[in-house]
Design a protein around this ligand. Sequence first.
Ligand code: PHE
Ligand code: ZN
Length: 848
Amino acid sequence: MRDSAPQTIHLADYTPPAYWVEDVHLTFRLAPTATRVLSRIRFVPNSDAPGRFFLHGEGLTLISAKINGAPVSPAFVEDGLTCAVPDGPFTWEAEVEINPQANTALEGLYRSGGMYCTQCEAEGFRKITYYPDRPDVMAPFTVRVEGSDPVLLSNGNPVAQGDGWAEWHDPWRKPAYLFALVAGDLVAHRDSFTTRSGKDVDLAIWVRKGDLHKCAFGMDALKRSMDWDERVYGREYDLDVFNIVAVDDFNAGAMENKGLNVFNASAVLASPDTATDANFERIESIIAHEYFHNWTGNRITCRDWFQLCLKEGLTVFRDQQFSADERSAPVKRIDDVLALRARQFREDNGPLAHPVRPESFVEINNFYTATVYEKGAELIGMLKRLVGDENYARALDLYFDRHDGEACTIEDWIAVFEETTGRDLSQFKTWYSQAGTPRLDMTDSFADGTYTLTFRQHTPATPGQPDKAPMVIPIAVGLLSPNGSECVPTTLLEMTKAEQSFTFEGLEEKPVPSILRGFSAPVIVTRKSDNAERAFLLAHDTDPFNRWEAGRALAKDALVRMVKEGAAPDAAFIDALGQVLADDTLDPAFRALVLHLPGQDDLAQTLFDAGVTPDPIAIYAACDSMADAIATTLESQLASLFDAMQVPGTYSPDAEAAGKRALANAALSLLSRRDNGARAQVQFDGADNMTQQLAGLGALIKQGKGDEALQAFYEQWHDDRLVLDKWFGLQCSLAKPDEAANVAMTLTAHPDFEWKNPNRFRSVLGALASNAAGFHHPSGAGYTVMADWLIKLDPVNPQTTARMITVFETWRRYDADRQALIAAELDRIANTPDLSRDTAEMVSRIRG
Ligand code: PHE
Ligand code: ZN
């Protein structure tokens, strides 16, 4: 409950803290419903910014407070307390009581599966004790944990322990959002790592006993991440221990708390029989991501939450580089662009569009977005492309050198690049402040051996930003001769104006352009090329990304014509697809990506951009009949591919084997349309790993033959929460359009639907939303189930509710009837009494 209207916070209003913290001592006396937290904090006035003494605090019961040993009576003010303090440095001591058991929001100290754990980013520490809970206040922490659990963990290095207590000391100054504490009956999967300067680090992944067999892959990924950061960025680990804990109840993927990363169980636990190839890949990237935060986020942190992309964009970029190095770089790039388009472009082209560095917010938790993370990473990639690899490495060295131990801004970040290269990057900075996805148009001409490319850029208006300035756009271009050979290798063009031409001389004939190679900038190319050119690029481009992109464009064009004009599936597209599939020089993972049709949400946006109101049911039907046509035309080829891509022997999640399975399973999904699920049933029955089992199950469900398999799957796996999430999810995401809402409703009544667990909630409601035609069924039933559950979850877990409500962010694309149905549900949510600040902000931004 709030007593006053939520405040909007502005970047422009930043002021430094009035007091610095020199040192923090915390003692936790753990008890499920009445935990005592004792704090002893040394404050020093900031002579550069004198001001009132203020400590954040939320939901705390203050038992006692002292300054320099003498009792004080602080005044409670909005969001915390204030108190008269002496001039000069002083020691604040407080004892507070909190109730972890009642904490269902999963922010602060809470209980999950019988253990205690914490989540403090962004502003959860204020739910643990009174503190200046802002990232620019950094301090060393000493923590004593008292409790009856055998394992008592906190940040930093272990100092001492005894029966019922443990002490930890983190020597590295850190903001409170990186604080963590875990206590429980846990066991460890242990290993060790020796840094390149010879320091031994004890590594442990802490889990409940039954999960010990699911830790090996995460541990291996951790060691590879530690090694990679040393080799590629010259960054070594800096404590004696590195602990990871798996928890069942977690709002996000994982959290980079110093020396004590807390992970959603789904982001770390994996065994071949319970996790899919995609799960393994995700786990590897999240382990890397959190580990890389140790330097980009922890050693160098953010001055304020507006600078969130400083740590997140850079760390996502680093984890993407890592995965590209560990696996196939082209396949990784395509996967990342697919995710960027599905999540970030969707956000950037709707009511929630905001700059990579937002300028205001009501609830910071609402800004852990695809724009801050994924577009933020694209900005780093563009910077690297613009300055070159060597300058990038020098700029990063300077960044680590200069800012170690500091809380920084995007200005600090840009400055290291400007100083390293002597370039003026002020125009580049627009990428941080201007929301929206730039549209890039192109025309070309050829005369007397000179080929001219003319680009035009335009960024559509976004909420609060009607007019846009031209951006610096790095456009990687290659040119191909009509005979298919490359006549100009990849060249980086730097576009800085609204319209700009570039020439290539000495060419014998008009070349075929391959533009935006490697997706060199997060823009939408609006140029209409014809299908002959796309087919040519799909066959000949030397840039794997653009090769895939050409196939994608062909698929989209064919599907759009089916939806718009009732066209038949394009035979030329299917033929081109067949040629790619037959090319054994191409990586199976790459061929699998080409074989996957564009997503239905992506097609809806494409139609909308073309001025057509998308009908999700018509899009579904088009995709369905395209898949039928592919399966029919390419049946024998798919059948031999399916056989050829079987991976014999013991399961291994490595990229090569996973790529083969991806191609085999893409083929299986199509072939099931021809064999009535026969192959899928065989695969499901005989599978010795989750990838194969789940692909078999999915294909059976799609053929309407999944009932028995679903039952068998449930019986086999109902004790494994993560696998059971898949069972829930698959039924919702694969349900037929007119059944999806009902399936979701039925599943929410299932005894295993533990709705307060975010993973389980998402496995039904998130999966329903991913089923575009089911969610947007004209009955509106999908919207109603969703709204009912969001209203129910909001008082329990505002963060997960506010995140999930983005399923409605595309509502303005649709017809008047659907818009009216969605508007009614949004209004119903908005009018719910005592709606959380998180959800209230989101619903009002989406509703507009
Ligand atoms: N900082 C975490 C990450 O990106 C994400 C996170 C944010 C987790 C807020 C929990 C709460 O790695
Ligand atoms: Zn992160």
